[in-house]
Design a protein around this ligand. Structure first.
Ligand code: ATP
Ligand code: MG
Length: 318
């Protein structure tokens, strides 16, 4: 449905020590499929979301919607089909506008609902995201809502357009566990009706409830992508392994901070990687396909055929 090819974005002017916010990101969001996008703070998740939504232009790469370049799709048509839930529900809602007003816009302008008939539709959306009874919420303004309720209004607003693709940036971060499960179930139900979902999250546990695929970002690059369950069962990249270990042992010491600048020509994770070898900081790493049928790939020299044979040669000479 929505495909990104080689997306790159750099915010600063460049320079020897600068690092792009996003580099060479290729992924596809398919109908009826949820993709978890995970990675630590600063890894480029929100940047990727803004590029997918065409809120920013990439420095390189392209977006395709149903196989055609999105440059030929006008903004309104794109907005109707591709929607976003922003990371910050405080900043993304208009303080002067009621909840109903937030939903009326996309219902009438994008979904083509009759201006006289939008209220029942808005109420149904509020019901869907667990804001019930809906009539109690329609005329409230954002400051009369809790953080979690605002987040659900933001989700209802994104769904109001009737999108085919939804990019949700940490949509459950402010929700307590019971509400979180409810919202994830809303996504699962929409997915069953054909929605293509990108779920950006720190929370692999939450992702497990809906995700079919996973994309792991580190320092702006995809370090691993593949089917959610097989990647979690057998992570191929050391960073993915570390993410999963952190999930299993919440009391483990946090990993050392990542150096901000691109100090290595090779893998950005090398400085932190328990399995790093000298070649890791010297050789640019590429995404290596591990299982073509299931579209599982990892960016690690450990899986790099060229490197593996080089290692083999080293073994032969020594
Ligand atoms: N508008 C901007 N101007 C300059 N730098 C930016 C801008 N937006 C993002 N960045 C930088 O790009 C990198 C990626 O940021 P991004 O917001 O995409 O990370 P993230 O993965 O969403 O993090 P978090 O989990 O904290 O939300 C960071 O180093 C950030 O400082
Ligand atoms: Mg973010």
């Amino acid at each position: 449905m929505l495909e990104a090819r080689g997306l790159a974005r750099r915010y600063d002017a460049g320079g020897a020590r600068s690092r792009p916010a996003l580099a060479d990101v290729t992924l596809s969001l398919s109908a009826g499929e949820a993709t978890a996008v995970v990675g630590e703070s600063g890894s480029g998740k929100s940047t990727l979301a803004r590029l997918l939504l065409r809120l920013e232009r990439p420095d390189a790469g392209e977006l395709l919607l149903d196989g055609a370049s999105v440059t030929s799709v006008d903004e309104r048509a794109y907005r109707r089909r591709v929607q976003m839930v922003f990371q910050d529900p405080y900043a993304s809602l208009d303080p002067m506008r009621t909840v109903g007003g937030h939903l009326r816009g996309p219902l009438v302008r994008l979904a083509g609902v009759d201006d006289a008939g939008w209220r029942p539709q808005a109420a149904a959306l509020l019901d869907e995201v667990g804001l019930a009874p809906a009539v109690e919420f329609l005329d409230r303004r954002p400051h009369e809502l809790s953080g979690g309720q605002r987040q659900r209004v933001a989700i209802a607003r994104a769904l109001a357009a009737g999108p085919d693709v939804l990019v949700a940036d940490e949509p459950t971060s402010m929700l307590d566990v019971s509400v979180r499960v409810g919202v994830l179930d809303v996504f699962a139900a929409r997915k069953a009706r054909g929605l293509a979902l990108a779920l950006i999250t720190h929370d692999l546990g939450a992702a497990a409830r809906v995700a079919d695929r996973i994309v792991v970002l580190f320092a702006g690059r995809v370090v691993e992508q593949g089917p959610f369950s097989s990647v979690l069962r057998a992570p191929a990249h050391p960073y993915t392994r570390a993410l999963i270990d952190a999930l299993e042992s919440l009391d483990a010491p946090p990993p050392p901070a990542r150096p901000d600048a691109d100090t290595t020509r090779g893998c950005a994770y090398a400085a932190r990687c328990p399995r790093a070898r000298p070649a890791c900081s010297e050789q640019p790493s590429s995404l290596v396909v591990l299982d073509a049928a299931r579209d599982h790939a990892a960016r690690c020299l450990e899986h790099d055929g060229a490197h593996a044979s080089e290692r083999q040669r080293n073994v032969d000479v020594t």
